[in-house]
Design a binder for this molecule. Structure first.
Ligand code: UDP
Ligand code: MG
Length: 333
């Protein structure tokens, strides 16, 4: 009898259209999951709309996958996507967006730095008719001044040189309408700099300001090197300005070389000053060599990007998906 009631209940759920999906990428977030789940479901349940929670395990090496399957077993609103290994946050987000079925999709971090209590406000903005609700950090507590300062400067530089307008001080925390998600799905590039992709699609956008909380538990997955890499990735994915900069640098060095040569010739012909080769030669060679290597390296960066794109590998690989307590062993996204 109970099984019958349960299956009816499931059937009923299946027929309801999911209105809101919340996508959360998780990488070794074992400690925060219970807290996150509790706070999030409290907010979502109060909305009284059909929702789903899409948790994406990005190849965690701690108890994250087991905790996720337990949640997916117990709660029919939880969809758990397990990637085959750690692909990085951007890929995990892409996987989450691909598996989300809601009319609106909210993306947030697992660590409660993005407060779930803002969800009703985001939904209200979406219902007012925009496709993207961007969350802008008014403050970032719990982060070092260096991180704050560099993030602040970085967005400004990126905006100045890139082809798209990326709103400053916004992270990945945002709401996307179905239209925006479908638009994002069409961008199937492998180098996924999400903030840039979000900006590229355009569509009507509003910005809501909020205070960024410190991490609820666990540690950040980013060290300065990976942040630098992400920053560099952002610039090279959305702008060819560095190439032009290299060209400008080359032009300047060439100009300097010509002037320097002229000066040596004039000195030798008119002032009778015999050319003293060695020091000037060495300095010219090292300067030129440095500039050339730098430019070639930069060029290589773009060529490398092209190389990765031409391989057309999938952005991520799914190991398993659990939906309404059932595992569907998928092998490809
Ligand atoms: N994350 C991920 N894959 C990774 C690194 C991070 O899915 O390779 C997730 C992580 O679990 C968290 C979100 O991305 O939900 C943001 O990570 P974190 O809080 O460490 O970054 P920060 O807030 O310090 O920038
Ligand atoms: Mg965080």
């Amino acid at each position: 009898m109970n099984a019958l009631v349960e299956s009816r209940h499931l059937e009923f759920r299946r027929n309801r259209k999911t209105e809101l999906s919340v996508v959360i990428p998780l990488y070794n977030e074992y400690e925060v999951i219970p807290m996150m789940y509790e706070r999030l479901t409290a907010v979502l349940a109060s909305l009284a709309i059909p929702y789903e929670l899409v948790l994406v395990d990005d190849g965690s090496r701690d108890g994250t996958p087991t905790t996720m399957s337990r949640l997916a077993d117990a709660d029919p609103n939880v969809t758990a996507v397990f990637l085959s290994r750690n692909f990085g946050k951007e890929a995990a987000l892409t996987a989450g967006l691909d598996h989300a079925t809601g009319d609106a999709v909210i993306i947030m971090d697992a660590d409660l730095q993005d407060p779930p209590e803002l969800i009703p406000e985001m939904l209200k903005a979406w219902k007012a008719g925009v496709d993207v609700v961007c969350m802008r950090r008014r403050s970032r507590s719990g982060e070092s001044w260096f991180k704050r300062y560099s993030a602040h400067r970085y967005y400004r530089v990126l905006n100045a040189i890139s082809d798209v307008d990326i709103p400053t001080d916004t992270g990945d925390f945002r709401l996307l309408s179905r239209k925006a998600v479908n638009a994002l799905k069409q961008l199937n590039e492998r180098n996924r700099y999400m903030k840039g992709l979000f900006a590229w699609i355009g569509l009507p956008t509003t910005i809501i300001e909020y205070d960024r909380m410190p991490r609820a538990a666990g540690v950040t997955k980013w060290d300065y090197l990976s942040l630098f890499n992400l920053a560099f990735e952002g610039i090279t994915s959305f702008s060819t300005a560095p190439l032009r900069l290299a060209m400008g640098g080359g032009l300047l060095t060439a100009l300097f070389g010509i002037l320097f040569t002229l000066w040596i010739v004039i000195k030798a012909l008119f002032l009778g000053d015999p050319v003293q080769g060695y020091p000037s030669l060495i300095s010219m060679i090292t300067i030129l060599g440095g500039v050339q290597l730098l430019s070639i390296g930069l060029l290589g960066e773009y060529i490398g990007k092209t190389y990765y794109e031409t391989k057309q590998r999938p952005v991520y690989l799914v190991r398993d998906v659990m939906r309404r307590g059932k595992s569907a062993n998928e092998t490809a996204p």
